[in-house]
Ligand binder design. Sequence first.
Ligand code: GDD
Length: 330
Amino acid sequence: MTKRALITGITGQDGFHLAELLKSKNYEIFGVIRGQQNPKKIIVENDLPYVNLIEADLTDTSSLNKAIKDSKPDEVYNLAAISHVGYSFKIPNLVAQVTGVGVLNLLESIRQSGRQEKIRFYQASTSEMFGGLDYNRPGKGYDENALFHPRSPYGAAKLYAHWITKNYRESYGIHASCGILFNHEGPRRGLEFVTRKISNAVARIHLGKQDHIELGNLEPKRDWGFAGDYVEGMWLMLQQEKPDDYVLATGETHSIKDFLELAFKEIGINDWKPYVRQNKAFLRPAEVDILLGNPSKAEKILGWKRKIDFPELVKIMVENDITIEKNKKD
Ligand code: GDD
């Protein structure tokens, strides 16, 4: 029988990759779209024509109730959030409502739908919940048992969402799993995130469209993987008999300088420094200095492993942006 999936955050990078994956598995897919005249709607309609769009908002319970009623999902993937860490310092209350309490709203809609035992739920938890401090397992990386210490309104809201998901699993028996995903990137990443900002700028510098890039702190390290690999892990979590929480990561960490080094090498530039300027506007009130994940549990239980490594990821992103920028007039 064809399975039905409801995806919130369908307009984002992960929504795109997950829809492609579920389509290849013959799912009937429903995507939640929000906002009056959302400019991303047309992109989803073009790129994912097989997705049935439903208008709803994580902060509006009646619209969520309707989304669950109309889609009758077997699986719900909550990928929606205000997800930019730096921006979350500017609108902390809204982030708490959408990224945190919004998840409670969705879980309540599932619980009250009369079909809660038929629905499996995935929550997009994040390595930002660890915060880079309490780096208690040096060399091994954060696993599912590491201490949480969020360093932003975004991280704090995601931690609430993480715990309320676990709470609904324990209290009401909902098949709810949290994927604690470390940074995952790719050609579909938004231009406001550092990897795509760099790959796009490098492409434009290569084509003579700009001569430098302005960035914030170049020292932080991240465990960067490819988003296409990570959605496979999300799906695997919901195929398990028992719900649980899993870290998805590469087990490697690299600095922003490392990313710059490889990205500029793709266009034949060995010294990136003359092309990079610091702009204080991109610094954050509190920084997460280092993230390194330990995906052993997911590898062992789900049989999940990332396929694309760091140099390949940088290459894919730069090549993609060169193609896009070549075809774009500006
Ligand atoms: N965005 C951005 N822009 N970040 C910059 C810049 C810049 O100009 N310059 C330096 N950085 C640094 C940030 O300070 C941060 O240390 C690092 O680059 C990565 O920033 P982002 O790419 O914005 O990602 P993030 O790590 O803060 O958060 C992403 O990953 C999380 C998973 O760990 C987001 O996708 C989150 O939603 C996700 O949960």
